[in-house]
Design a protein around this ligand. Structure first.
Ligand SMILES: NC(=O)c1ccc[n+]([C@@H]2O[C@H](COP(=O)([O-])OP(=O)(O)OC[C@H]3O[C@@H](n4cnc5c(N)ncnc54)[C@H](O)[C@@H]3O)[C@@H](O)[C@H]2O)c1
Length: 271
C-alpha cells in the first residue's frame, strides 16, 4: 500500500541537471525566469533577438554561480530557431524545458492597426511561439525523455482590451497553441502549459503607461496608481511573481498539469 508522502516527491523543485531554453531572455520577465531557473540549479540557454540583452542575462546568471549560454534568436525565423536549438544541443546536450517569453506589443485603435502591424504581432507572439515549440518538441520526442513547455500568454489572452485587438488575438492564439500541443504531446510525456500575467513591471508596461498617458491625457504616475489599485492584491506584478509560477510549471511538482493557462494577475482575472 502506498503511504501518504511516499510518492517519490521531494521538497524542492529539483531542476538540477535540467536544461532550459528561454526566448526573449533579455526582457524583464525573461531575465527573471533565467534567474529563477538558475536558483533551482538548471543550466540555462538564454536567447533574444537583441543579442546583447541575452548576453547581459547570461552574465547575471553566471554572477550568481549559475551556468548560462547566451545566443541571438529571432523567433520570426524558422531557420534561426533550428540553428539556435542546434547550438543549445551542442553547448548543453539537450533541452528539457522550453520557456517562450519573446513577445511584442503595440497599442492602437482598431482603425490604425495596419496589415503590417497585425502580421508583425502575430509573427512574433503566435507563430514565433509555435515554431519554437515545434523545433524543441521535435527534439524532446526524438530524445524520448519527456519535457516541459511553458508559453507566456497574457490576461489579454483571456479578455479583450480596447486598443489591444492585434495583441489580444496573438495572446488568445498562444492559449490555443498551448492546448492543442498539450493534447498532441501528452503521449510523449511532454507537458505544455501557459501563464497569463497581468500588469508586470517591465519595459513593456512602461510603454503602456507612456501610451495610455498620451491617449487619455493622464500623467503616468497617476496611471501607475490607478492600475495598481485595480489589482485585488493591491500591487503591480514583479517579473519574479511570474517567473516563480513558470518554474513551478517546469518542475516535477506540475507533472499532472497540462494544457492549462494560469493567471498570474493578482486576482484581476479568474477564468
Ligand atoms: N509586462 C507585462 O505587463 C506583460 C503582461 C502579460 C504578458 N506579457 C508577455 O510577457 C512576455 C515578456 O514580456 P516583458 O514584459 O518581459 O517585455 P520585454 O519587452 O521586457 O521583453 C520582451 C523580450 O522579447 C524580445 N523579443 C521581441 N521580439 C523578438 C523576436 N522576434 N525574437 C526573439 N525575441 C524577441 C525582446 O527583445 C525583449 O527582450 C511577452 O510575451 C509579453 O507579451 C507581459
Amino acid at each position: 500500500m502506498r503511504l501518504i508522502g511516499d510518492v517519490g516527491r521531494d521538497s524542492v523543485m529539483s531542476l538540477s541537471g535540467k536544461t532550459v531554453m528561454i526566448t526573449g531572455a533579455g526582457g524583464g520577465i525573461g531575465r527573471a525566469v533565467a534567474s529563477a531557473f538558475a536558483r533551482e540549479r538548471a543550466d540555462i540557454f538564454a536567447t533574444d533577438v537583441k543579442e546583447e540583452t541575452a548576453r547581459q542575462t547570461g552574465k547575471e546568471v553566471v554572477a550568481v554561480g549559475g551556468n548560462c549560454v547566451a545566443d541571438r534568436l529571432d523567433v520570426r525565423s524558422e531557420t534561426d530557431i533550428q540553428r539556435s536549438v542546434g547550438r543549445c544541443l551542442e553547448a548543453l546536450g539537450k533541452v528539457d524545458i522550453l520557456v517562450n517569453c519573446a513577445g511584442i506589443l503595440t497599442i492602437l485603435p482598431f482603425d490604425k492597426i495596419t496589415q503590417e502591424l497585425w502580421d508583425g504581432t502575430m509573427e512574433v507572439n503566435a507563430r514565433g511561439t509555435f515554431q519554437t515549440c515545434k523545433a524543441v518538441a521535435s527534439h524532446m520526442v526524438t530524445r524520448g525523455g519527456g519535457g516541459k513547455i511553458v508559453n507566456v500568454s497574457s490576461i489579454a489572452g483571456k479578455n479583450g482590451g480596447a486598443y489591444y485587438t492585434h495583441y489580444c488575438a496573438s495572446k488568445f492564439a498562444v492559449i490555443g497553441i498551448t492546448k492543442s500541443l498539450a493534447l498532441e504531446l501528452a503521449p510523449h510525456g511532454i507537458n505544455v502549459n501557459a501563464v497569463c500575467p497581468g500588469d508586470v513591471q517591465t519595459e513593456m508596461l512602461e510603454y503602456e503607461f507612456r501610451t495610455h498617458s498620451r491617449i487619455r491625457g493622464i500623467p503616468e504616475e497617476e496611471l501607475r496608481k490607478q492600475w495598481a489599485a485595480r489589482v485585488p492584491l493591491g500591487r503591480l506584478a514583479l517579473p519574479e511573481d511570474v517567473a516563480d509560477i513558470i518554474v513551478f510549471l517546469a518542475s516535477r511538482k506540475a507533472d499532472y498539469m497540462t494544457g492549462q493557462s494560469l493567471n498570474v494577475s493578482g486576482g484581476m482575472v479568474m477564468f
